[in-house]
Design a binder for this molecule. Structure first.
Ligand code: GDP
Length: 305
């Protein structure tokens, strides 16, 4: 299924803040008469500000140091070199969603506010548009508002939502939802989950149980366990991802809110630090603001060109 085109224009638009900051800063740095140690420091600082991570910033600066100090580098050259550097850093970072099983079960996890429910809605919409029979499951039974929000998405995009209401056992919701997916011959079931409980340990134990229950009912499921990460959360988001991965063996990440930040470089840092594929990126709140993560398209949108 080729459901997610890489949406080049949308991504360019979404990453325009980060790209703008990089372009302006590079132009400012390389327009100075005097090039020297300060040029190198400033360059490194700009890359760290864009959230590319210190290692990537340092290795890039090493790569261009000699040319820059000799005054042989223009801002355009530097951006081209940055593009090449980031393409290397992101090798292997993109991976397709595995939607080949029938039904495919996608478990969506992440802290509250990361964009989890919105991502479930967008994913369901896209697959339904592609002709798939889709179900949503309201597994965040901790918050009544989360169930309402998913039900609104369901109404809006014409996808049934399996729900048991606030306070229900999320594993029981997941159980019902898998049963419904099998009975209704669905192609895809997307399971939303809670992002906060009384403690982190409770949350992880509950999510692990939901995952086990799904697997017991349908061999090989969930086929994807995706962590939704808000691109604006920086180091905190990376620490969260480690916890979720330890508890749930994630199959990939969804990076949201790339439109609201000048720190879009975080995709590079996340991949470097976690080694998990970034399967999808989100650049807004509309149903079609979700795209596959394609490193080539991403780098072009980030550095221009
Ligand atoms: P959840 O608590 O993890 O389920 O998060 P929600 O799906 O409720 O999203 C939290 C807020 O972020 C909502 O206002 C969403 O509309 C918004 N949101 C989600 N994804 C994106 C995105 O990619 N870009 C922007 N700008 N907003 C987003």
């Amino acid at each position: 299924m080729r459901l997610f085109a890489s949406l080049t224009e949308r991504l360019r638009e979404g990453l325009s803040r980060t790209r703008g900051v990089l372009e302006d800063s590079f132009a400012r740095i390389f327009s100075r008469q005097e090039l020297g140690a300060r040029t190198i420091e400033d360059l490194e600082e700009v890359l760290v500000e864009a959230d590319l991570g210190i290692e990537t910033a340092e290795s890039f600066v090493e790569r261009v140091r000699d040319e820059a100090l000799r005054g042989r580098l223009t801002d355009g050259d530097a951006r081209l070199a940055l593009g090449a550097h980031l393409r290397e850093a992101l090798k292997g970072a993109g991976a397709a969603l595995d939607l080949s099983a029938h039904p495919t079960v996608v478990l969506v996890v992440g802290v509250n506010g990361s964009g989890k429910t919105t991502t479930c809605g967008k994913l369901a919409w896209r697959c339904r548009e592609g002709g798939s029979r889709v179900l949503l499951a309201a597994g965040d039974t901790f918050r009544a508002a989360a169930i309402d929000q998913l039900e609104r998405w369901g109404e809006r995009i014409g996808v049934p939502v399996i729900s048991q209401g606030p306070g229900a056992d999320p594993s029981a919701v997941a159980f019902d939802a898998v049963k419904a997916a099998l009975a209704r011959d669905a192609d895809l079931l997307v399971v939303d989950t809670a992002g906060r409980l009384h403690t982190k340990a409770n949350l992880m134990a509950e999510l692990a149980k939901v995952k086990r229950v799904i697997g017991r009912q349908l061999a090989g499921a969930p086929h994807e366990t995706l962590l939704v990460l808000d691109a604006t959360t920086g180091q905190n988001g990376i620490a969260q991802a480690r916890l979720f991965h330890e508890a749930l063996s994630l199959s990939g990440l969804v990076l949201t809110k790339l439109d609201g930040t000048a720190k879009g470089g975080i995709a590079v840092r996340i991949y470097r630090e976690l080694g998990l594929p970034i399967k999808l990126v989100a650049t807004g709140e509309r149903p079609d603001d979700l795209a596959v993560f394609d490193p080539e398209t991403f780098v072009a949108a980030l550095v221009g060109g």
